[in-house]
Each structure stands twice: as structure tokens, then as C-alpha cells.
Design a protein around this ligand. Structure first.
Ligand code: PGA
Length: 250
């Protein structure tokens, strides 16, 4: 069965709740495309108004992070049950900015992934190499390690539902997009790694996105690669042009 593409926006720390509601109202008619799952990962404070604003559209709302504990003394954090109760479907886990600024490790990513599935949330698991790792020729080794730890003790049934976002760190927010060929090489290697960890069925089902400076111009070639099932889009998802990325085929 063909994998349905996902085009997800990662808004990071941008837009207030009222700006969010206005933007989603304007974006709705531009992304009415049933071939693609459209996800907007908004700041925690905007999740509830965003879900309300996205009603009767094909936009679903995701979160940018989540704690792996059920509840407790974790000031400032959001729990998986809170996200689920609010109506969230997807949650980004292990974004490189969380890894760098908030000390998220592969082991923590694994805890979050397992917890997300317990609450019927779909994790968008981020991985990616630094420029140094790429120059040293250890990109694939590094990504394989990230994937193996992130999915440790995750069943095949859950792994099939997971989304992996390959985001080379040197491409995030830099305007330096990976070539379609380089992005495909890594996404293919990720699928092969999933095949080794699980089986062919799981490898064929899992969706793998590319992220890092995706624009209206670069999206069509990237998203047409055999192992790239869409994108995780940062900067370009903050403008209504995001609608053109969703409709990259038209
Ligand atoms: P960018 O961000 O598209 O602005 O490079 C992508 C991301 O961090 O998910």
C-alpha cells in the first residue's frame, strides 16, 4: 500500500495564540488536499485554540515536545495525557534544538517514544548528523545508532505507525538544503535499518520525512524521492506559502 505523505510544519517558538487562530483560518482553504496529511506542530500554549481553529479542515495539530513521565514535579512541562486530552495526534520527539538546548539524549527520546505510543500519540522522531559528522563520513552510522536507540523495545506494530524525520543539523534554519540525492540516500538507509530491526512490512509502512530548509522551490524534488514521504518544515511553515508546499505536486 502506498504510504500517505505527511507535510508537517514545526513552528518552534513563533506566533501567539491569536496569530495562530488567524493564520490557520487563512491556511485552511489553501491546504484542502486529501492526498497529504497536513500537521502543524504549534507551541504548547496554542494547541487548544489551534485545534479549535482547524476544525472541519484536513489540518491536524501536533505538539513540539512532551515529557516522558505521566505527571509530577516537572515545572514547565507538558504530559502525554494532556496532549491527548487536548486532541493532539502527533508529537515531535528529539528535535535537534531540544537535544542541543535541553539536553535531550537518544535514551530520553526512546522513553518519550514509548510513552507517546502508550497514549496513542504518534511520535515524529527526529534524527540528523552535524556538519562534522558528515565531513567525517559517519552520517549513516550516526543515524543508524540514533534510530536503533530511539526505537529500542518499541513493537513492530507501533514502529509501523511512527514517523521519522531526517533533519541534517547543518541544514536546519541555515538555508542550506540537502540535495534530493543526499536526503534520499539517508532516508533509504533509515528504511533499511528499520527492515533489519523489524521486517520488510514495517520498513515499507513507516513514514520518513526530510527536514532542513525546505522551501516551495526545493519541496517537489525532495518529496518525489522513493524513500521520502514528506517533510518537516520550519521557517517556511510560518507563511501562507506553506500551502504551496502541501500542494507541491500541483
Ligand atoms: P527549517 O527547520 O525548515 O527552518 O530549516 C526545520 C526544522 O527544524 O524542523
Amino acid at each position: 500500500m502506498a504510504r500517505k505523505k505527511i507535510i508537517a510544519g514545526n513552528w518552534k517558538m513563533n506566533k501567539t495564540p491569536s496569530e495562530t487562530v488567524k493564520f490557520i483560518g487563512e491556511l485552511k482553504p489553501l491546504v484542502a488536499n486529501d492526498d497529504v496529511e497536513v500537521v502543524l506542530c504549534v507551541p504548547a500554549i496554542s494547541i487548544i485554540p489551534a485545534i479549535e481553529a482547524a476544525k472541519e479542515s484536513n489540518i491536524c495539530i501536533g505538539a513540539q515536545c512532551m515529557h516522558f513521565e505521566e505527571s509530577g514535579a516537572y515545572t514547565g512541562e507538558t504530559s502525554p495525557a494532556m496532549l491527548k486530552d487536548a486532541g493532539v495526534k502527533y508529537v515531535i520527539v528529539g528535535h535537534s534544538e531540544r537535544r542541543v538546548y535541553f539536553a535531550v539524549t537518544d535514551e530520553i527520546v526512546n522513553k518519550k517514544v514509548k510513552k507517546a505510543f502508550e497514549h496513542d500519540l504518534i511520535p515524529i522522531i527526529c534524527c540528523g548528523e552535524t556538519l562534522t559528522q558528515r565531513q567525517q563520513g559517519i552520517t549513516i552510522d550516526h543515524i543508524r545508532q540514533q534510530i536503533k536507540i530511539s526505537l529500542l523495545d518499541v513493537s513492530a506494530q507501533n514502529a509501523k505507525k511512527a514517523v521519522i524525520a531526517y533533519e541534517p543539523i547543518w541544514a536546519i534554519g541555515t538555508g542550506k538544503v540537502a540535495t534530493a540525492e543526499a536526503a534520499e540516500e539517508v532516508c533509504k538507509a533509515i528504511r533499511e535499518c528499520i527492515g533489519e530491526m523489524y521486517d520488510q512490512d514495517t520498513a515499507e509502512a513507516i513514514r520518513i520525512l526530510y527536514g532542513g530548509s525546505v522551501t516551495v522551490d526545493s519541496a517537489p524534488e525532495l518529496f518525489s524521492q522513493p524513500d521520502i514521504d514528506g517533510g518537516l518544515v520550519g521557517g517556511a511553515s510560518l507563511k501562507l506559502d506553506f500551502g504551496k508546499i502541501v500542494n507541491y505536486k500541483k
